[in-house]
Design a protein around this ligand. Sequence first.
Ligand SMILES: NC(=O)c1ccc[n+]([C@@H]2O[C@H](COP(=O)([O-])OP(=O)(O)OC[C@H]3O[C@@H](n4cnc5c(N)ncnc54)[C@H](OP(=O)(O)O)[C@@H]3O)[C@@H](O)[C@H]2O)c1
Length: 198
Amino acid sequence: MDIGIIGTGRVGSALRQGWSASGHDVQMAGRSTARSIEEVAGWADIIVLAVPFAALETVATRLDGAAHKIVIDCTNPIAMGPDGPGLALGHTTSGAEKLQSLLPKAHIVKTLNQVGAEIMADTAGFAQPPVQLIAGNDENAKQVVAALVSDLGFEPLDAGGLAAARILEPFALVWINQAVVRGMGRDWAFGALRRSSR
Ligand SMILES: NC(=O)c1ccc[n+]([C@@H]2O[C@H](COP(=O)([O-])OP(=O)(O)OC[C@H]3O[C@@H](n4cnc5c(N)ncnc54)[C@H](OP(=O)(O)O)[C@@H]3O)[C@@H](O)[C@H]2O)c1
């Protein structure tokens, strides 16, 4: 597929590496790229937002090309508090729902926000595929994104409608808490263990 990634930082670069390796055509756009955000969003089948949450509104104003397209929202509304990283919003809404209100004609899908960028670039070396939960209101869009998430080596799990981003965004903080605050390091991911019998 033609995948346009907005944001050329850690997540954007990791996803380009992962999807390019599985045969997708990936273009990136940012504040200092040859191709503009408008151009890349217009060209892409799938748009991926990999920018700081604080840039969401600014970037959304440049995404007229996202109408009727799938937009994968990898952002996390992280805010630093007195006890470390926390959420800038949540419980009754989410960053993904805010994005949907900014881009009402796009099919917003929340995923690829739950582990570090290094895992998104390369999922090799785990005993089983790491999990990536997916939330969105459009079933077809979620199926397309599930296939893209599988291409990166994750096991996609359907989390329900876009409002489930309210639990997926804080879930990212569980990873950050272990990886960064508690010192486990960045080389781990969530997996779904199923009991075969008991
Ligand atoms: N890092 C992770 O492991 C990780 C994992 C899961 C989710 N996330 C989330 O993914 C998002 C991106 O994280 P990241 O670590 O990739 O950040 P990053 O390395 O700081 O990269 C952010 C990118 O966004 C661009 N950007 C910033 N403001 C912009 C604007 N107004 N217009 C266009 N582009 C803009 C930056 O451009 P410049 O290069 O010009 O500054 C940069 O290329 C964040 O919301 C983060 O919470 C991160």
